[in-house]
Design a protein around this ligand. Structure first.
Ligand SMILES: *Cc1c(COP(=O)(O)O)cnc(C)c1O
Length: 497
């Protein structure tokens, strides 16, 4: 299937080719030209046969790749997950389930797509006969970085370099990145917050001289952020799978709508849920949960997106984002795929830091979405309560979702069956989770993990334990202006390796 740019429908290419490009040449984002329909019976059969089958079916709808090859690709991608179901669905109580998306190698939901993306890129490099190798540059608010490093580690014809905010990621997240092994990977801290790193990176992507220089070195630039359509499409599968599992378990009746609660930052995860709905999955409300960086809450409620506000550092750092890139893809659907309108809003955002949508658009939004936010104190309370009520340890991001879901229930009384997406393993954020549970302050991440294990009886994942022993390999720190030089230094290192 073809994808087209949100800002110009005449810019079209096959989805597989767009995976190599990342962003569209006009600065827009690639979107599917149409949404294929999910066949409910087939979905239930696939889900019974295992998650890779569902993933392959969804991918086959968008990528012109042989289906048996896709089954193999998805089977390989999820083979390293530490749960046989890949994405276990656990019941809290009648009408409320949690979908665990963090069983991949880096313990966050980013693995769901980033274990697939390198495999798609590999196919695309062959099919489109790119002579240059891919240089994947990524800015991360914490979890994308490690998932990209791990996904692309030692992949032929691709190198990956990650920028993370110097003072904006959790200690375990930082250690996961700086200890990454592999001959084609690197990471570097940027002084500032995530938006600084992301803006600096966007500048590199659009710098013609830099692109030409990279090409002379034998590379083309590509992105592993969720602006890449290859990140979003694989994520549709777990919403479909969760729905099928819920039906199989009797948690919802066949055809009955289900709500999903999604802790949101760059709007990638929740957009995939919206795509599943466009494909016919019976989705009720999509509940968009934010932390105190609540630019999306204001947007959904007031119809005005305004980034001119203070950036807050929270205990859910992967959601500390003011410019949610993927919202552009929702705007595109919202305004009836009218590229001129999308262009106008994005231009206003770029030059004035804000834009406003009409009342009719706000109505469309409120039919499908509910948005709310919570403070760090409310996040901590959600962690305490979930442990008290269900014996379940939430990570701070998932806790934001639970806190907002509580507000939604109190505000609406809606009793629709609901699935909360759990996006990270709590041990990635052990000091904050420990404190939230009232088990004391422990700044050392490993000591906090040990105490969390004692307090909750849950196991510390091997991927956390090994961080203690691994040497810190990638220790650079640069200013936003130094990002290009950091990439150059990295490429000289890759050349030697
Ligand atoms: C990335 C991330 C999010 C936010 O997901 P988006 O797709 O950016 O909205 C939430 N929780 C965790 C743990 C994450 O890593």
């Amino acid at each position: 299937m073809n994808v087209s740019s949100t800002r110009d429908e005449s810019i079209q290419m096959p989805a597989l080719k767009a995976v190599l490009e990342g962003i569209a040449p006009d600065g827009g984002l690639f979107v599917p030209v149409r949404f294929p329909a999910i066949d409910a019976r087939t979905l239930l059969e696939d889900a019974a046969a295992g998650y890779p089958r569902v993933a392959a079916r969804v991918l086959a709808d968008f990528f012109d790749i042989d289906r048996s090859a896709l089954v193999q690709l998805a089977t390989d991608a999820y083979a390293g997950f530490d749960a046989p179901e890949v994405v276990p669905l656990k019941k809290f109580r009648d009408g409320l389930h949690v979908l665990e998306l963090f069983h991949g190698p880096t313990l966050a939901f980013k693995d769901m797509a980033l274990q697939i993306l390198p495999r798609l890129m590999d196919l695309a490099l062959g099919q489109y006969e790119r002579k240059e190798d891919a240089l994947i540059l990524t800015a991360t608010s914490g979890d994308t970085g490690k998932a990209a490093l791990e996904g692309f580690r030692d992949v032929a014809r691709a190198s990956v370099f990650v920028f993370y905010p110097d003072d904006g990621v959790a200690e375990m997240q930082r250690l996961q990145m700086v200890t990454q092994r592999g001959g084609n990977v690197g990471a570097c801290a940027v002084r500032g917050n995530f938006d600084d790193a992301q803006t600096g990176l966007k500048r590199l992507f659009t710098d013609a001289a830099f692109n030409a220089e990279i090409e002379r070195d034998g590379y083309f630039l590509s992105a592993a952020n969720s602006i890449n359509i290859g990140r979003l499409l694989p994520q549709i599968a777990y919403y479909c799978h969760a729905y099928a599992r819920l039906i199989a378990e009797g948690g919802a009746a066949y055809g009955e709508k289900v709500n999903f609660v999604v802790p949101t930052g760059n709007f990638g995860n929740i957009l995939s849920a919206h795509y599943a709905r466009e494909m016919g999955l019976p989705v009720g409300k999509l509940i968009c949960a934010s932390n105190s960086n609540n630019v999306l809450t204001d947007f959904f409620r007031q119809g005005r997106y305004d980034v001119r506000r203070e950036f807050h550092k929270t205990i859910s750092p992967s959601m500390d984002i003011l410019v949610s890139s993927n919202l552009e893809r929702l705007l595109y659907e919202m305004c009836g795929r009218d590229c001129a309108t999308v262009r106008e809003w994005m231009a206003a955002l770029g030059s004035n830091g804000h834009y406003e949508i009409p009342a009719s658009a706000r109505e469309w939004l409120s039919e499908g979405f509910y948005a709310d936010c919570c403070s760090d104190a409310e996040t901590e309370e959600a962690i305490r309560r979930a442990f008290g009520e269900y014996g379940y340890v939430l990570d701070p991001h998932t806790a934001v979702a639970m806190a907002v879901y509580g507000k939604y229930c109190r505000g609406t009384g809606d009793a629709t069956p609901t699935v909360v997406t759990a996006t990270a393993n709590p041990y990635k954020f052990a000091p904050d989770v420990l404190r939230a549970l009232g088990r004391g302050d422990e700044a050392n991440a490993f000591a906090a993990a040990e105490r969390l294990k004692e307090a909750t009886g849950t196991p510390i994942p091997g991927a956390i334990l090994e961080l203690r022993r691994l040497p810190e390999l990638h220790t650079g720190v640069v200013d936003k202006d130094g990002m290009a030089d950091a990439v150059r230094a990295f490429l000289r290192g890759v050349g030697r390796a």
